[in-house]
Design a protein around this ligand. Structure first.
Ligand code: C2E
Ligand code: CA
Ligand code: CA
Ligand code: CA
Length: 277
């Protein structure tokens, strides 16, 4: 609301006040949630061109005592501002690694568990050592871990980011660029960044069959990725038409409600076991 400018300030004073106090309480409530385990993870499967599970993505959920389920789209940006993203991310990383290790042991996961990273987390000096200790504590092999980064993370300090990406490569941890296409960044950076995958943002995926411009963007991203030897994920696939179209463009991996919604570990386990048969 701060950025809305002088003219609208009068009008929004009341809203602004309530928003501020709401934010202060939400912040301390999030602190409690982190400390008392009111967070949980849902997992969404990704599928390859043959329909086989190509990995899972961990997505955090906050079960608020009175407000119910709060979307990460609301509290992740807030946690990023307050710094709470650091303990929150550490919890996510540990829990997702633990669950992934369990699935691997059960023979239900032979690909990777993907975790979303926040900029603050990625650029902390102890990021790699934290990651190593989480892997050794949970027993998850790095070959089963993938990290999703946003363009913003990689643009912030590109040289620093390249060093970290090289270290991750050396550890056999794979990386992908999330929400690809939304970041206004130059495409040439793809040449310099040692990543394995890009995930086309669902805003392009979902509009690809409705608008020629979005179709062109998807085509362009896929062609570029193929030339650079990167795998391409289409996220947010909701209809068979979207699936068919992105399949025809040559996407490697598919994710969306059409196949499976994000689900808690027990439902995911059932889902994976049923596919085994
Ligand atoms: P994201 O990384 O782009 O994750 C994909 C989002 O799209 C998820 O929303 C997922 O539930 C949703 N989605 C998947 N398939 C479909 C579909 O077919 N249709 C539609 N409409 N949506 C679909 P979610 O779980 O609400 O997460 C929102 C965002 O919050 C994530 O976007 C990510 O940026 C952030 N986030 C979630 N968990 C974490 C986390 O553990 N750490 C960090 N740093 N960020 C997280
Ligand atoms: Ca993601
Ligand atoms: Ca995404
Ligand atoms: Ca590769």
């Amino acid at each position: 609301a701060k950025q809305q400018g002088r003219n609208t300030y009068q009008l929004y004073t009341e809203d602004l006040d309530s928003t501020l106090s709401q934010r202060v309480s939400l912040r301390s409530e999030l602190q409690e949630a982190i400390e008392h385990g009111h967070l949980s993870l849902h997992y969404q499967p990704l599928l390859d061109r043959e329909g086989q599970v190509d990995g899972l993505e961990a997505l955090v959920r906050w079960h608020h005592p009175s407000k119910g389920l709060i979307s990460p789209a609301t509290f992740i940006p807030m946690a990023e501002e307050t710094g709470q993203i650091i303990p929150l991310s550490r919890w996510v990383m540990r829990q997702a690694s633990k669950d992934a290790h369990q699935l691997v042991k059960q023979g239900l996961l032979n690909k990777r568990m993907a975790i979303n990273l926040s900029p603050l987390q990625f650029h902390r000096p102890n990021f790699l050592s934290t990651l190593r200790s989480v892997l050794s504590e949970t027993g998850l092999a790095p070959e089963h871990l993938e990290l999703e980064l946003t363009e913003g993370i990689l643009m912030h300090d590109t040289d620093g980011a390249i060093d970290i990406l090289n270290a991750l490569n050396g550890m056999q941890i794979s990386t992908s660029i999330d929400d690809f296409g939304t970041g206004f960044s130059s495409l040439s950076y793809l040449r310099d960044l040692p990543v394995d995958k890009i995930k086309i943002d669902r805003s392009f995926v979902q509009r690809a069959i409705k608008s020629d411009k979005n179709a062109a963007i998807c085509q362009g991203i896929i062609t570029l990725a193929q030339k650079l030897d990167l795998r391409v994920v289409a996220e947010g696939i909701e209809t068979p038409e979207q699936y068919d179209y992105l399949m025809s463009l040559g996407c490697d991996v598919f994710q969306g409600y059409l196949f499976a919604k994000p689900m808690p570990l027990d439902s995911l386990t059932t889902w994976l076991m049923q596919r085994e048969r």
